[in-house]
Design a protein around this ligand. Structure first.
Ligand SMILES: [Zn+2]
Length: 203
């Protein structure tokens, strides 16, 4: 069985509020001893994906997962596996349906933090729940974990990093090889566990 470790929630400078350049993302991914997959999930934009991918191209042992974090009026939803934006209006339903129709994975991002779907997640038909968010409190992550358990949905982890120093603070371990489609399918099946990176790993 192959296991990969992925940070499934990363903002680059293609998000207005992030200082992490595509170069920062790729360099730290190359240097990281165990996390080798990174999802680019900028706010409402897929413009950074090609830049990150081009920088990653010389390194065969890392993988960039395309994605986006869509701001719906009710809260943020990650779409993993897309290089395109869903059609507007960005309702919960439109975003989740777009993910399903395009073999992507929809994730309720940090449901119990600001800009999270909260209890609306229950009616949202998302594929997974972000149960470990690097920028959320322990309490908010615990609540998300309990929600995923009660909904019998897979739980994933992402750093939600907006600074180079916050990259790869948490990771999702996926039973898949270094292949985007395999990773997406494994997440949907729930072949995932989440972990926090050891504090000793610094860059
Ligand atoms: Zn985010």
């Amino acid at each position: 069985m192959t296991l990969i470790r992925a940070d499934l929630h990363i903002h680059t400078t293609f998000s207005d509020d992030s200082q992490t350049t595509p170069k920062n993302l790729v360099e730290q991914l190359v240097a990281h001893p165990t996390i080798k997959v990174a999802a680019v999930t900028d706010h409402d934009s897929v413009k950074g994906i090609n830049t990150v991918r081009q920088l990653a191209q010389p390194y065969p042992d890392i993988l960039i997962l395309p994605g986006v974090e869509i701001s719906t009026p009710q809260g943020d939803i990650l779409i993993l596996g897309t290089e395109q934006l869903p059609p507007k209006p960005w309702t919960i339903e439109n975003v989740v349906d777009f993910a399903k129709d395009n073999a992507c994975v929809s994730v309720a991002a940090h449901p119990f933090r600001e800009w999270g779907l909260g209890d609306l997640t229950r009616d949202s038909k998302v594929d997974a729940i972000e149960v470990l968010n690097g920028a959320s409190s322990t309490q908010a992550n615990k609540q998300a974990h309990e929600l995923a358990k009660s909904m019998k949905l897979p739980g994933v982890a992402g750093s939600d990093s907006h600074q180079p120093s916050e990259l790869y603070s948490v990771y999702t371990e996926v039973q898949a090889s270094m292949n985007v489609d395999e990773i997406l399918k494994a997440i949907k099946k729930g072949a995932v566990t989440v972990s926090q990176t050891e504090k000793s790993i610094h860059f």
